[in-house]
Design a protein around this ligand. Structure first.
Ligand SMILES: Nc1ncnc2c1ncn2[C@@H]1O[C@H](COP(=O)(O)OP(=O)(O)OP(=O)(O)O)[C@@H](O)[C@H]1O
Ligand SMILES: [Mg+2]
Length: 329
């Protein structure tokens, strides 16, 4: 098994040459961390002739090695890239898949440049522009429409990744004794969270939403449509990291998207624009959509997958109350 390692440039050069991803005339100039990621090992390889991104998935979460994760997940991500290659409007919004090594769980991607992702939205002083919303919604419109199926089947079912996500969205955040002291994130957060963890009615609703998440659907979803998956490049907004993709309910992609607009304190006007620009909005199930929005807000505040949020305790209290209403109404 070849293990990707930023400190082993020589071994990587040898590996890449063997795979014919590096020509004998070319040489690696530098290796660096591609950006802020938690799940996988992702490097930018700069050579004499250009640069590319190399991503390896391992049997655990890179940031939390004690958490197991499906080792072959990068293969599903690559399958998504291969599939969307047929639709220009989606393809041009994503990096190109340049290579795949199935036995070592390694994928090579086009380098979109040292772009910032949209995580700076969590500083809470940035406004997403109407133009940016148009692009972000249009990506989902095309993805959901162009790859829909009349009959659900097993293609890209990504079940193991969904089970992992299920655990961290619908279960773990709501366990009273999950061993995660929220006061280490912010003093007082544990007390704020406890009332939700003890609320049987809320938990019943969340369990139902979890079942909807686990249900096969007719629509190809990105599966992790949040600011960390959006890059601001010199060639406009690009979308990356579809490792949680699957065929499911459109409400999930849209729900996660809208949840992060609330979390980053965007105006109601911007949130309404998402709903207005989404083609089939009237066909969606409003209560499932609101439920997914609410659960995503809650789990980002009281679950393990924390965001670099600048909100104070009072902001979080308000967001949790909003999320509660969205889930239970
Ligand atoms: N094709 C690309 N071009 C330029 N930068 C990239 C590219 N792919 C990834 N990056 C950078 O590397 C970072 C990590 O990549 P990615 O999100 O794919 O990894 P991950 O480990 O799956 O992350 P996460 O923990 O958010 O799931 C991105 O946030 C981005 O900054
Ligand atoms: Mg990822």
């Amino acid at each position: 098994m070849f293990i990707l390692d930023a400190n082993a440039q020589h071994e990587l050069a040898h590996y890449l040459t063997e795979k014919q991803w590096l020509s004998p005339e070319d040489a690696i100039i530098s290796l660096s961390k591609a950006g802020q990621g938690n799940m996988n090992y992702v490097l930018r390889v700069t050579t004499n002739q250009g640069s590319f991104i190399i991503k390896q998935s391992r049997g655990y979460v890179e940031k939390y090695p004690q958490i197991k994760a499906p080792e072959k997940r990068v293969l599903t991500e690559a399958a998504f890239y291969a599939k969307i290659g047929t639709v220009e409007r989606i393809k041009k919004r994503m990096p190109e898949l340049l290579g795949l090594d199935v036995s070592n769980n390694i994928m090579i991607l086009e380098d979109l440049g040292q772009a910032n992702d949209f995580n700076s939205l969590y500083d809470l002083n940035k406004v997403v522009s109407e133009n940016e919303i148009s692009v972000l919604v249009s990506y989902l419109n095309v993805l959901h429409q162009q790859f829909s199926k009349v009959k659900a089947d097993d293609e890209l079912d990504n079940l193991e990744m969904r089970k992992l996500n299920y655990e961290h969205i619908f279960n773990y955040p709501f366990l009273e004794d999950n061993g995660f002291d929220l006061d280490t994130i912010q003093e007082g957060l544990q007390t704020l969270a406890i009332q939700y963890k003890k609320d049987a009615f809320l938990k019943e609703k969340i369990e139902l939403l979890g079942e909807f998440y686990m249900t096969k659907g007719h629509y190809l979803l990105h599966g992790d449509y949040y600011p960390g998956s959006w890059l601001q490049t010199t060639d406009g907004i690009k979308i990356i990291d579809p490792e949680f993709c699957y065929y499911g309910l459109r409400e999930f992609d849209l729900g996660v998207f809208i949840a992060h607009l609330y979390l980053s304190n965007q105006s109601q006007n911007i949130i309404d624009k998402v709903k207005l620009d989404y083609y089939d909005f009237q066909d969606l199930d409003g209560s499932i959509l609101n439920g997914f929005i609410g659960v995503e807000i809650m789990r980002r505040l009281i679950g393990l997958a924390q965001l670099p949020l600048q909100s104070n305790l009072n902001d979080k209290k308000r967001l949790l109350e909003l999320a509660y209403k969205l889930i239970t109404n």
